[in-house]
Design a protein around this ligand. Structure first.
Ligand code: SF4
Ligand code: SF4
Ligand code: SF4
Ligand code: FES
Length: 944
C-alpha cells in the first residue's frame, strides 16, 4: 500500500450535515455540495486545491492564516475560503496573479520566522508549511533573521511521547482547537498578542504538569513539526501504513499503524474510524510500545512441575506436550477434567477457535470467558429485557441525547475517546446525571457540571434505580404509549404493582443509599421528561451480587420512559476490554454456542455438529468459579488460559492460586510471564494485536478488522497454535487465514451471516446484526420492535449484598481504573505511562483519614475478611466518608487478595465493587515496607 500522510487527505473544514444541496461554480467548474459547506471544502471536493494552514477538516474553521483567500464575484476583497460558506450561484476564483502574490507574501512572513532546517527536520516531506511554501511558489524570503524572532525559544520535552518545539510553531491554533473541540480537555491556550503570541500548556508551560492527558490530538492537528512524536524524531518518518484497531478498551478506535522498514513508528487515529472519527487516547496512540518490550516471551516453554525451571522448546514440542497432557488427564480423570478460558483481549477468530477446541475436541463445554468477571450480567440482563445480549445504540447517538445518565462508569478514564464525545455533547448543553459512589471527573470540571450526582453507597444501585422508577410511575411520568405498544402489558402491570410498593419510595431508599430523596426524585424527573435520555453504564453496575438485577432495572427505566430504539437514547454498556462483546458473541460461555444459542437446543447443536463433524455435549460446562471449585476438589486438572491473568484479575486470589496449584497441566498463552504463568506448566508465547489478523467487536457491536502490521515475534498467530493443538489431539482443522474462521462464524451465526472480511474492508466496520435484513449492519437496535418481541419488565427487588460493614470492617472498598493504566497493567506498566500512574493508591476521605491518623502518602494496611494488602493512601474527597477506592493495575499490590467470593446471582460475576474493610496506618519506613510486602507475598504463596 502506498503511504499517504493522513494530513494531506484533508478537505479543509468539517462536512455539513444539511440535506439541502447548493450549486456554485469554482474556477468554472460546477460543484454541488450541502448547504453550510465552506468554499474551501467545496473546492477540495471538486479537486481544486486552495492553500491553507490553519484549517483542517477535523476542526471548525478559524480563519487566522489567510492563506486560503479567494476571489468571489460580486464580493469585495479576498475572503478566506475556510470561513466563507457556499451560496447558490456563487462564482469563485481560487487562483489569480493577485491572489498568488498575496499568498506568497503571507508565506514569506511565516518562513522568515521559522528555522530553515527542513533537510534535518523530522517532518521533512510531511510538513504542511513546507508543502504550502512550495505550492504558493515561494522561492526566496526577503526578510533576514536579524530582527526579533522565535527561533531560540526552548523546547518542551517533558511529555514522554511527544515534543513541543516552540521555534517551529506558527500559532495556527490547531493544537489549541483540537484540545478544545476534539479532546475537550482545554489544556492549551495562546498567551500574548500578535508577535508575542505563544502556545502554552498550563501555567508551568510544560505539558507534563499541565491538564494534558496525552491524547495526541494536538500532535495530529499540528501542521509543522512543532508538536511531533518522539518516535518519529528518533526513527524517522514512516513509509507505509496499515489500518487496524486498538486493542485496549471497548471503544475500538481505528488506527493507521505507520511503519518504517519492519518497525512500527507511530499509530495515527483513523479519521474514517466510525467509533473514534480520528481521535484517540494515550493508550492506543502511544502505549502500544509494550509490543517491543524486552519482557516479551517469544519462545514456547514447558516444565513438569511449577517448582522446576522453564525449558525453552520448539513449537512442535510444546504443542505435542499440551495435546498429550490434555489427553492423559482426560484418560485418567475423565473428559470433564479439562477446559479453557477465552480472552476478551483476543480476536473473535481466536476466541471462536478456542471454544471450538473445547466443544469439538475436549468433548465438553468447559469454556468460559473473562467477561464472566465483568459484563456477564449485561449479556444476561439485556437479553432477558430486550432479546439481545448487547448495547442498543452506537456511540455517535450520544450527540442526539438531551439527558445523559452515567451509571457506575468513569468514561473519561475508562473509555476516553467516548468520554470526549460525551463531554462535547455536555458542553453543547445536554443534561447529566451521574450515579456513582465516587466523584468521577464528569461530576465537575471546567465547562461541565453534573445536574445530579447521586453518590450512593456501594452495593445499592438496585434500590436507587427502583426509587427512580417509583418516582416516574407515582408522578405519572411514564410513557404509556410506548409501554402499550412495545412492551408485554401483563408483565408491566405486575411490575407496576411491585415498583409502587412503599419500600421503593425515594424516602425509604434514602436510608439505604444515603442519597437524599429529593435528589433521587429530581434525577428521575429529568431522566423521564428531559427529552431523549441515554444510559451509559459500566462495571459499577455489573460487578455486584445484584449485577444482573441492576441491568434489568436500567432496562426497566428505559422502557418505562420510551427511551430505547432511537438515536440519543438506549441502554449502553461501556465494555471494559477491546473485545468483551466479541468474546461473548463467539460462544465463550459454557452454556451457549456463538450468537447466544443454548447448547441444550438440538436444532442449534445439529447445525454445529454437521459443520464440525462431531457430536456436541448438550450439558452446559463449567463456569470459571466452578472450575476453581472442582480443581480444589481434585476433579478439574487441566486448563488452557488464553491471554488472561486470572491470578491478578479474579477475586479471592489465594483461592485461585490454590486451584491452579492443584492442576496437572496449566497452559498459559500470553505475551508476558504474568502472575498466572507462575503456576503454569506450559507457556505459549502470544502475538500482540500488531502481529495478527482477525476482528474485534467493540461496545457498540461494531466489528472491525485487526491486521497484521509486523510478523509475529513468536512465529505463530494464536489461531494457528490452537489449530495445531486440535490436530495433535486428533481433530484436524483446515483454516488458511483468520478470514476463513470468520466465514465459518458467519455460516453458523445468524447475526453474523452477512459479515466477511471483504465487506469489512469495504465498509470499514459493521455493527451486528448483519444479515439479509441488514446487509450493512445495525447501528441502533429495537427500533420498531424489540428483538424478543415485546419488551419485558422485570421485578427487581433490592437484596443487600451479604458483604456488610461491621465494627471490625467499617469502610466499604470499591475498585476501578485509571486513564494511564489498563486493567491488570500487563501492557501499560511496560510503557512510559508509568510516569503518570506508578502504583495503586488508596483514596480515602479526609474525615476517615483523620480519624485514623493517616496523612497523604502514608502507607496503610487495607484489611478485609479475606486478606490484607499494603498500599499508599491518597486523601481525597472524590470518595464519600465511609468509602475507599483503589485500582488493580499493579501485581505487587494484589488488590484482589482482599475482594470477596460473593458474586452475581445469575452469572457469577464477582462482586468487586463492595468489600468491607478496615484501613490502618503502617509506621515502618518505606524500605522495610517493601520487604514486608515481599514477605507477605511469600507467606501467601506458602500458605496455599
Ligand atoms: S495531548 Fe491531548 S490533552 Fe494534551 S494538549 Fe494535546 S490535545 Fe490536549
Ligand atoms: S504547535 Fe502546531 S498546531 Fe499548535 S499553534 Fe503551533 S504550529 Fe499550530
Ligand atoms: S479509547 Fe480505548 S480504543 Fe480508543 S485509543 Fe483509547 S484505549 Fe484504544
Ligand atoms: S486556512 Fe483559511 S484562514 Fe487559514
Amino acid at each position: 500500500m502506498a503511504f499517504v500522510n493522513v494530513k494531506l487527505r484533508d478537505l479543509g473544514t468539517p462536512p455539513s450535515s444539511s440535506s439541502k444541496m447548493v450549486t456554485l461554480e469554482i474556477d468554472g467548474i460546477k460543484v454541488s455540495v450541502p448547504e453550510g459547506t465552506s468554499v474551501l471544502r467545496a473546492a477540495s471536493i471538486a479537486g481544486i486545491r486552495i492553500p491553507k494552514l490553519c484549517a483542517t477538516d477535523t476542526l471548525k474553521p478559524f480563519g487566522s492564516c489567510r492563506l486560503c483567500i479567494v476571489e468571489i464575484e460580486g464580493k469585495k476583497g479576498y475572503p478566506a475560503s475556510c470561513t466563507t460558506f457556499v451560496e447558490e450561484g456563487m462564482k469563485v476564483r481560487t487562483h489569480s496573479e493577485r491572489l498568488e502574490k498575496l499568498r506568497r507574501g503571507i508565506m514569506e512572513l511565516y518562513i522568515s520566522d521559522h528555522p530553515l532546517d527542513c533537510l534535518t527536520c523530522p517532518a521533512n516531506g510531511n510538513c504542511e508549511l513546507q508543502d504550502m511554501a512550495g505550492f504558493v511558489g515561494l522561492r526566496e524570503v526577503r526578510y533576514g533573521f536579524e530582527g526579533k524572532n522565535h527561533l531560540n525559544l526552548p523546547k518542551d520535552d517533558s511529555n514522554p511521547y511527544f515534543t513541543f518545539d516552540t521555534s517551529k510553531c506558527i500559532v495556527c491554533y490547531r493544537c489549541v482547537r483540537a484540545c478544545d473541540e476534539i479532546q475537550n480537555t482545554i489544556a492549551l491556550t495562546v498567551e500574548g498578542r500578535g508577535f508575542n503570541s505563544l502556545v502554552k500548556p498550563g501555567p508551568s508551560g510544560k505539558f507534563i504538569t499541565s491538564e494534558c492527558v496525552s491524547c495526541g490530538a494536538c500532535v495530529v492537528a499540528c501542521p509543522t513539526s512543532a508538536l511531533m512524536e518522539k518516535s518519529v524524531i528518533e526513527q524517522g518518518m514512516p513509509d507505509r501504513s496499515v489500518r487496524t484497531t486498538c486493542a485496549f478498551c471497548g471503544v475500538g478506535c481505528s488506527f493507521n499503524a505507520e511503519i518504517k522498514g519492519e518497525k512500527v513508528v507511530r499509530m495515527i487515529p483513523n479519521k474514517e474510524g466510525a467509533a473514534n472519527h480520528g481521535h484517540s487516547c494515550v493508550k492506543g496512540r502511544f502505549a502500544w510500545v509494550y509490543v517491543y518490550s524486552k519482557d516479551r516471551v517469544t519462545k514456547p516453554m514447558i516444565r513438569k512441575s511449577i517448582n522446576d525451571s522453564w525449558k525453552e522448546v520448539s513449537w512442535e514440542e510444546a504443542i505435542n506436550y499440551v495435546a498429550s497432557e490434555f489427553r492423559r488427564i482426560q484418560e485418567k480423570y475423565g473428559k470433564y477434567a479439562i477446559g479453557a478460558i477465552t480472552s476478551s483481549r483476543c480476536t473473535n477468530e481466536e476466541v471462536y477457535i478456542l471454544q471450538k477446541l473445547v466443544r469439538a475436541v475436549f468433548k465438553n463445554n468447559n469454556v468460559d470467558t473473562c467477561a464472566r468477571v465483568c459484563h456477564s450480567p449485561t449479556g444476561y440482563g439485556l437479553k432477558a429485557a430486550f432479546g439481545t445480549s448487547a448495547g442498543t445504540n452506537n456511540f455517535d447517538s450520544v450527540l442526539k441525547a438531551d439527558v445523559i445518565m452515567v451509571v457506575g462508569a468513569n468514561p473519561t478514564e475508562g473509555h476516553p475517546v467516548f468520554g470526549s464525545l460525551l463531554k462535547k455533547r455536555l458542553r453543547e448543553g445536554a443534561k447529566l446525571i451521574v450515579i456513582d459512589p465516587r466523584k468521577i471527573e464528569l461530576v465537575k470540571i471546567p465547562h461541565i457540571k453534573a445536574d445530579y450526582h447521586l453518590q450512593l453507597k456501594p452495593g445499592t444501585n438496585v434500590a436507587l434505580l427502583n426509587a427512580m422508577a417509583y418516582t416516574i410511575v407515582s408522578e405519572g411520568l411514564e410513557n404509556i404509549e410506548f409501554i402499550e405498544q412495545r412492551c408485554d402489558l401483563e408483565v408491566y402491570k405486575k411490575w407496576r404493582e411491585f415498583i409502587l410498593r412503599p419500600e421503593n419510595s425515594p424516602e425509604i431508599v434514602e436510608e439505604i443509599t444515603g442519597v437524599p430523596a429529593e435528589l433521587i426524585r429530581g434525577a428521575a424527573r429529568l431522566y423521564a421528561t428531559g427529552g431523549r435520555s441515554a444510559i451509559y453504564y459500566g462495571l459499577g453496575v455489573t460487578e455486584h451480587t445484584q449485577g444482573t438485577t441492576a441491568v434489568l432495572a436500567l432496562a426497566n427505566l428505559a422502557m418505562l420512559t420510551g427511551n430505547v430504539g432511537k438515536e440519543g437514547t438506549g441502554v449502553n454498556p461501556l465494555r471494559g476490554q477491546n473485545n468483551v462483546q466479541g468474546s461473548c458473541d463467539m460462544g465463550s460461555f459454557p452454556h451457549e454456542l456463538s450468537g447466544y444459542r443454548h447448547v441444550s437446543d438440538p436444532q442449534v447443536r445439529k447445525l454445529f455438529e454437521e459443520a464440525w463433524g462431531v457430536s456436541i455435549n448438550p450439558e452446559p460446562g463449567l463456569r470459571i468459579p466452578n472450575m476453581w471449585m472442582l480443581a480444589l476438589e481434585g476433579k478439574f486438572k487441566g486448563i488452557y488460559i488464553q491471554g488472561e491473568d486470572v491470578v491478578q484479575s479474579d477475586p479471592d486470589v489465594n483461592r485461585v492460586i490454590q486451584a491452579l496449584k492443584s492442576m496437572e497441566c496449566v497452559v498459559v498463552h500470553d505475551l508476558f510471564m504474568n502472575e498466572t504463568a507462575k503456576y503454569a506448566h506450559v507457556f505459549l508465547p502470544g502475538c500482540s494485536f500488531l502481529e495478527k489478523d482477525g476482528t474485534f467487536t467493540n461496545a457498540e457491536r461494531r466489528i472491525q478488522l485487526v491486521k497484521q502490521v509486523i510478523p509475529p515475534i513468536c512465529g505463530k498467530q494464536e489461531w494457528e497454535v490452537i489449530m495445531e493443538i486440535a490436530k495433535a489431539m486428533g481433530y484436524p482443522m483446515y483454516y488458511r487465514h483468520a478470514s476463513e474462521i470468520m466465514d465459518e462464524i458467519a455460516k453458523l451465526t445468524p447475526t453474523f451471516s452477512g459479515v466477511n472480511y471483504e465487506k469489512l474492508e469495504k465498509l470499514g466496520s459493521i455493527q451486528w446484526p448483519c444479515n439479509e435484513e441488514a446487509p450493512e449492519g445495525t447501528p441502533i437496535m429495537h427500533k420498531d420492535k424489540f428483538v424478543r418481541g415485546k419488551g419485558m419488565f422485570h421485578i427487581t427487588a433490592y437484596v443487600p449484598s451479604p458483604e456488610r460493614t461491621s465494627q471490625r470492617y467499617p469502610l466499604l472498598l470499591t475498585t476501578g481504573r485509571r486513564l494511564f493504566q489498563y486493567n491488570v497493567g500487563t501492557q501499560t506498566r511496560r510503557t512510559p505511562n508509568i510516569i503518570w500512574y506508578e502504583e495503586d493508591v488508596l483514596e480515602i476521605h479526609p474525615h476517615d483519614a483523620e480519624e485514623r491518623g493517616i496523612k497523604d502518602g502514608d502507607y496503610v494496611k487495607l484489611e478485609s475478611r479475606k486478606g490484607w494488602i499494603i498500599l499508599k493512601a491518597k486523601i481525597s474527597d472524590k470518595v464519600a466518608p465511609g468509602v475507599v477506592y483503589t485500582t488493580f493495575h499493579f501485581p505487587e499490590i494484589r488488590t484482589n487478595v482482599v475482594t470477596t467470593e460473593y458474586s452475581d446471582w445469575a452469572t457469577n460475576c464477582p462482586e468487586y465493587k463492595v468489600t468491607a474493610v478496615q484501613v490502618t496506618r503502617i509506621y515502618q519506613k518505606p524500605e522495610s515496607i517493601g520487604k514486608y510486602v515481599e514477605k507477605e507475598k511469600e507467606l501467601a504463596s506458602a500458605e496455599v
